[in-house]
Design a protein around this ligand. Structure first.
Ligand code: FES
Length: 119
């Protein structure tokens, strides 16, 4: 049984200079802000912030996934953190400025899977 209402996985992957990666896009700051804002709202017992390695999107990060729904977000900045928490994690609604389109993601990951099948 999942003990948390929400579990976030935030990619903090670093890659060689010149390659897009979530760490270079501010992922560590986003993780820190998410944890502190969640703690300030006394929600740490309900919402767990985890870090992850690469989620395969890389450019346009940082990228994160909200479970149990599996909702993807990209490009969160420090200014997005509070409205993201209030909209997605408190109201349970998609935070539109950064939520990813599910159909577009499905198409993207079908391409990723196809590449892995042919390697
Ligand atoms: S580096 Fe974050 S998705 Fe690849």
């Amino acid at each position: 049984m999942e003990p948390f209402k929400y579990r976030l996985f935030v990619c903090i992957r670093e890659r060689p200079l010149g390659k897009s990666a979530c760490a270079a896009s501010g992922a560590h700051e986003i993780v820190s802000l998410l944890k502190s804002e969640i703690a300030q709202r006394d929600l740490a017992a309900e919402i767990k912030v985890n870090t992850s390695s690469c989620l395969d999107l890389c450019s346009g990060g940082p990228h994160l996934i909200v479970y149990p729904e599996g909702i993807w977000y990209s490009g969160l900045t420090a200014e997005h953190v509070v409205p993201f928490i209030e909209t997605q994690l408190i109201k349970g609604e998609r935070y539109q400025p950064c939520v990813r389109d599910e159909a577009e993601l499905n198409d993207f990951f079908e391409g990723v899977k196809e590449k892995k099948r042919t390697v």
